[in-house]
Design a protein around this ligand. Structure first.
Ligand SMILES: [Zn+2]
Length: 297
């Protein structure tokens, strides 16, 4: 099962790139970036899931309408790209509701899939999943099932479609990102910096050997013309800009070599009655302990 997803944000919609959040002043590149992605999918008649920022829906509504009119699944990627665990429960509820409503009013249809910025649903903010269920989300794709810069969800286990049972009695169908254990690190090769860094031959080989492949691309991953912020820390600069010029050709090759579907379609193919289940219940986790916190069985 190969799932194609995009996070719809412009190159500056990230606080580590533009900490001032004064986004109006930056060069808008999202139109061109989305256009070339939609063209590639259209040629191949492939449908994907697009997790959109509420902010983009508010400032550049035609981008979201365009994706929707091409028949793709629209999901939510928060309002302003804040990491989920930086909110308290109420703040997360407000931000997510605002984004969801902005997008739904725009396309005139309900949305039911969510991805947190930076895969920021971790053991320490399981309550985020409960909020998502309360807001009517059915699918989530915010979990990085290994240690990660932003925490990760180490106790998640195998990356596969998983039914999450929550303490409020609700359920969420989780489509985590899939990872590759390489040397001493768990990394994602199906999007972002490592997709651009590794040769296509390796990406193809790892993809072919994954029974479950969850991709995540951004328009900026394919845009060598984006403004480069010279003051970023070296590692961040590397992760943000490595391999930009060759990435779109790699992306085209990936589309040629594998069949992709959206989360909506993937869910129809999953046997949810026999799928992996994780029982999660809210348990206060001390901030200092979150790195070692275990999810109750
Ligand atoms: Zn994002």
């Amino acid at each position: 099962m190969n799932i194609l997803t995009f996070d719809i944000e412009d190159w500056y919609n990230c606080d580590f790139i533009t900490p001032d959040l004064n986004w109006e002043k930056y060069e808008v590149r999202i139109y061109k970036g989305v256009e070339r992605i939609l063209d590639e999918l259209d040629i191949r008649k492939v449908k994907a899931t697009f997790f959109c920022l509420g902010w983009i829906a508010a400032k550049h509504p035609s981008v979201i309408r365009w994706i929707y009119n091409n028949g793709h699944q629209i999901g939510c990627h928060s309002y302003q790209h804040e990491l989920s665990y930086r909110f308290d429960r109420n703040g997360f509820m407000q931000d997510t509701e605002k984004a969801k409503k902005q997008i739904e009013d725009l396309i005139g249809e309900g949305i039911n899939a969510f991805r947190a910025p930076g895969f920021s649903i971790t053991e320490r903010n399981i309550w985020s999943l409960e909020v998502l269920a309360e807001l009517g989300f059915e699918y989530d794709s915010s979990i990085f099932p290994a240690p990660h810069d932003y925490g990760g969800f180490k106790s998640f286990g195998t990356a596969e479609p998983t039914l999450l049972k929550l303490s409020n009695g609700a359920k969420i169908k989780e489509f985590p990102i899939n990872i590759k254990h390489l040397f001493v690190k768990d990394l994602v090769f199906s999007g972002g910096g490592y997709f651009r860094l590794f040769p296509y031959k390796l990406i193809k080989n790892w993809s072919a050997n994954s029974s479950y492949l969850m991709t995540y691309f951004h328009p900026r991953d394919f845009d060598p013309g984006q403004p480069i912020i010279e003051t970023l820390p070296l590692m961040r600069k590397f992760k943000s800009y490595v391999g930009l010029s060759g990435a779109f050709v790699k992306f085209q090759k990936l589309l040629n070599d594998f069949d992709f579907i959206s989360i909506q379609e993937a869910s129809q193919r999953v046997e949810w009655n026999t799928a992996k289940v994780l029982n999660l219940y809210e348990e206060p986790v001390q901030v200092n302990d979150w790195k070692t916190a275990k999810v109750p069985a």
